[in-house]
Design a protein around this ligand. Structure first.
Ligand code: GLU
Ligand code: MG
Length: 637
C-alpha cells in the first residue's frame, strides 16, 4: 500500500505542522528526479503484478470462518526464507493494511517477450503454495476482494471487541484496531485521516433489497452519535478505514521506455479502468449483508476520505484552502499526454504556487498540474527520523504525498539513483479466486498495453465520461447491464499519433460523436458496425506475433475467460457469490449473511482456488491449465 518508513510516527498536530515542509521538499525531490531522468528513453518494457491475500481460518465444528491476525509474523517468515536468503527468490512479500493480509509479487519483473505470459500463473501458484505452507491447520490463503462478514462480531482470530473510544485509531463500532497491521504506518494513517476529517469516516453502501429485507432497512446506533447521524436508511453503514483498505485487489505496474510513453500509457489505460473493474467485479457483500454494488471502489474511496467539511463543500471555506471534489482514493483527474489535453474537462484543484514553481523549472503544463494537484493533499503520516532529508538523493517526502493519492492509475517517477524507469500502475481490478483468473486479467491488461503501443491506439474520451463510467462500473451486474462511454474509432482518430520526439499531433476540440454508450460485451468482444472489440484486436495482434505453441495456448485460454465474462457466458465472481448465497439453504432472502453462510462460501472459494472442485459457471469447463502436449519432445519439465 505504499512506502514503509521505520521509526516513530509524529502525532497529527505535529505532522500538520510539518505539512508545508513535506510539500516543499517533496517538490524539490521530484524536481531532482525529473531533471536527472527526463530524457531517459531506452528503458525496456517490464511489468509486474501484485496480488493481495487474506488469511482465513476455518472452524469446521462451529461452521465459522474468521480472518487470522497473523499477517505480520507470516510476512517476517516469508521474507526471511525468501528474499533475505536468496536475492533471486521467485517471490516478494509485502505488508498490507489488514493484520490478516499480505501482498505477493514476482521476485523479478517480467520482461517484454511473449513467453513471459506463460510464467505468470506458475509464479502466482508458487506464491500461494509458499505462503500456504506456513499457515496453521485449517487456515487458508484466500484471494477474495472483500470478506463478507468483515466488521461483524467475532470476525477475527483471535477475537477482539471493537473499541470505539477516544484514543483508538479507528474509533469504530465494528472494526477493532487489532485487525490493523501492527506497523505504525497503518494505524497512524487511520487515526490521522479521522483527525484531519474532524470525524469518523462514513461509508454507506446501498443494501440489496431482497424479498424479505426490511423496507426501509434501518439500523440504529443509539450509543454512537456520529453513527446515528451518518448512517442512511436502506444502506449498510461502516465507519472505519479497514472496511476499505482491508479489501484486496490485483494491480499491474508497467515500466515504459520513456517518460512520454509512460504518460501516453497512463492516459490510455485510465479509460480502460472502469471497464476492467466491472469485468473483475468480486465484492458484493459488506458487514454481513448483501449489498447492491459489485465492486469495492467507492467503499475504499469513502474509507480514506480525509477531507474536512469545508473541503467537501458542506461549510464555507474558512480554515482550508480549497474545495476538493474527490477523496484521495478515486479516479484520476487529468490526462498527462498532449493528446489527452483536450479531454481534460474536470475541474482540477491545484496548488498554484507549486504549479508555478514547476512551470518555472521547465516542466510542461500537463505534468505540472498533475503534480500540483496531488500536492493539494496533506501528508498523513510523518516519522520523526525522516523529517530532514537529502533532497538530491532521497524521495520520501515526494512519495509521502504520491503514495497516499490512491487513484485508478498512478504515474511513478523512477526512484533516485536507480536503474528503474518511468512507470505506470493500473489499480482498479478486484482480485479473483484463482491464480488462473488473476493471470487472465493481468495478461489481458498487459497485452492491451502492447497493442496500444504497437498500433498507436487511442481510447481517449472526456475524462468526465470516464468518471461516469466508474460510477456505472460498481453497480450490481454492471458487466451485463451497464452502458459505458467508449471511443468509437480507436484506430484512425490520429490523436494518439506520437512522433519521434514523443510529441503528439491531432485536432484540438473533442467531438461528441467520437464516443458512444456501449455494453462491456461490445467493448470487449466487438459488435458488427459499432466497435471492433478489444479481444478481436488482441487476437489479430497475436496472430502476427511469434509465440510458442504452449504460450499461445495459455494466452488464448486467458482471453477466452475475459471474453466469456464480458458476454455473460461466464459469471463474474460477484455474480457467482450472489448466487451461492441466494441458493444457500440457510438464506432467508433478507440480505443477511450468517456465520454459517460465510463459512460455506469461503470454504467453497478455497476449494475452487486449490482446484479441489470445478466451478464451470465461473471458469468454464475447459479452463484448467492444460499444458499443450501435442509435440512435446522435451520431457525435462
Ligand atoms: N487494497 C487496496 C485496493 O483494494 C489497494 C492498496 C494498495 O494500493 O496496494 O484497491
Ligand atoms: Mg497493495
Amino acid at each position: 500500500m505504499g512506502l514503509l518508513s521505520q521509526g516513530s510516527p509524529l502525532s497529527w498536530e505535529e505532522t500538520q505542522r510539518h505539512a508545508d515542509h513535506v510539500r516543499l521538499h517533496g517538490i524539490l525531490q521530484f524536481l531532482h528526479i525529473y531533471h536527472a531522468v527526463k530524457d531517459r528513453h531506452k528503458d525496456v518494457l517490464k511489468w509486474g503484478d501484485e496480488v493481495e491475500y487474506m488469511l482465513v481460518s476455518f472452524d469446521h465444528e462451529n461452521k465459522k470462518a474468521q480472518l487470522v491476525l497473523s499477517g505480520e509474523e507470516l510476512l517476517e517468515t516469508l521474507q526471511e526464507k525468501g528474499e533475505r536468503t536468496n536475492p533471486n527468490h521467485p517471490t516478494l512479500w509485502r505488508p498490507e493494511y489488514g493484520s490478516y493480509m499480505i501482498e505477493g509479487t514476482p521476485g523479478q519483473p517480467y520482461g517484454g517477450t511473449m513467453s513471459e505470459f506463460n510464467t505468470v500463473e506458475d509464479n502466482m501458484r508458487k506464491r500461494r503454495k509458499e505462503a500456504t505452507s506456513l499457515l496453521g491447520e485449517n487456515q487458508a490463503l484466500c484471494t477474495i476482494t472483500s470478506f463478507p462478514r468483515l466488521g461483524c462480531p467475532g470476525f477475527t482470530l483471535p477475537e477482539f471487541k471493537p473499541n470505539p473510544v477516544e484514543g483508538g485509531a479507528s474509533k469504530s463500532l465494528f472494526f477493532p484496531d487489532e485487525a490493523i497491521n501492527k506497523h505504525p504506518r497503518f494505524s497512524t494513517l487511520t487515526r490521522n485521516i479521522r483527525h484531519r476529517r474532524g470525524e469518523k469516516v462514513v461509508i454507506n453502501v446501498p443494501i440489496f433489497q431482497d424479498k424479505n429485507t426490511p423496507c426501509p432497512f434501518i439500523e440504529t446506533f443509539p450509543e454512537d452519535d456520529e453513527a446515528a447521524k451518518a448512517s442512511k436508511p436502506d444502506h449498510i453503514y461502516m465507519d472505519a478505514m479497514g472496511f476499505g483498505m482491508g479489501n484486496c485487489c490485483l494491480q499491474v505496474t508497467f515500466q515504459a521506455c520513456s517518460i512520454s510513453e509512460a504518460r501516453y500509457l497512463y492516459d490510455q489505460l485510465a479509460t480502460i479502468c472502469p471497464i476492467v473493474m466491472a469485468l473483475s467485479a468480486a465484492s458484493p457483500f459488506y458487514r454481513g449483508y448483501v449489498s447492491d454494488i459489485d465492486c469495492r471502489w467507492g467503499v475504499i474511496s469513502a474509507s480514506v476520505d480525509d477531507r474536512t467539511r469545508e473541503e467537501r463543500g458542506l461549510e464555507p471555506l474558512k480554515n482550508n484552502h480549497y474545495r476538493i471534489s474527490k477523496s484521495r482514493y478515486d479516479s484520476i483527474d487529468s490526462y498527462l499526454s498532449e493528446c489527452g489535453e483536450k479531454y481534460n474537462d474536470i475541474d482540477l484543484t491545484k496548488d498554484k504556487e507549486i504549479y508555478e514553481q514547476l512551470l518555472q523549472e521547465g516542466i510542461d503544463h500537463l505534468l505540472a498540474q498533475h503534480v500540483a494537484h496531488l500536492f493539494i493533499r496533506d501528508p498523513l503520516t510523518l516519522f520523526e527520523e525522516k523529517i530532514h532529508l537529502d533532497d538530491a538523493n532521497e524521495s520520501d517526502h515526494f512519495e509521502n504525498i504520491q503514495s497516499t493519492n490512491w487513484q485508478t492509475m498512478r504515474f511513478k517517477p523512477p526512484p533516485p539513483n536507480s536503474d528503474i524507469g518511468w512507470r505506470v500502475e493500473f489499480r482498479p481490478m478486484e482480485v479473483q479466486l484463482t491464480d488462473f483468473e488473476n493471470s487472465a486479467y493481468v495478461v489481458f491488461v498487459v497485452l492491451l498495453t502492447r497493442v496500444i503501443l504497437s498500433y498507436k491506439l487511442d481510447f481517449l474520451i472526456p475524462l468526465s465520461k470516464v468518471d461516469e463510467n466508474m460510477k456505472v462500473a460498481q453497480k450490481r451486474d454492471a458487466v451485463l447491464q451497464g452502458l459505458f462511454y467508449f471511443r468509437k474509432d480507436i484506430c484512425k482518430g490520429g490523436n494518439a499519433m506520437v512522433d519521434g520526439r514523443g510529441k503528439t499531433t491531432g485536432s484540438t476540440e473533442p467531438a461528441a460523436e467520437e464516443y458512444a454508450l456501449m455494453t462491456i460485451d461490445t467493448i470487449i468482444n466487438g459488435k458488427e458496425g459499432v466497435f471492433p472489440g478489444l479481444i478481436p484486436i488482441l487476437n489479430s495482434y497475436l496472430e502476427n506475433m511469434e509465440v510458442d505453441v504452449d504460450t499461445r495456448c495459455s494466452i488464448l485460454n486467458y482471453l477466452k475467460l475475459i471474453k466469456k465474462r464480458a458476454s455473460g457466458e461466464l459469471m463474474t465472481v460477484a455474480r457467482w457469490m450472489r448466487e451461492f448465497i441466494a441458493n444457500h439453504p440457510d438464506y432467508k432472502q433478507d440480505s443477511v449473511i450468517t456465520d454459517e453462510m460465510n463459512y460455506s462460501l469461503l470454504l467453497k472459494c478455497n476449494q475452487i482456488a486449490n482446484e479441489l472442485c470445478e466451478c464451470p459457471e465461473l471458469l468454464g469447463p475447459a479452463f484448467r491449465k492444460v499444458k499443450y502436449s501435442g509435440s512435446k519432445t522435451d520431457s525435462s519439465n
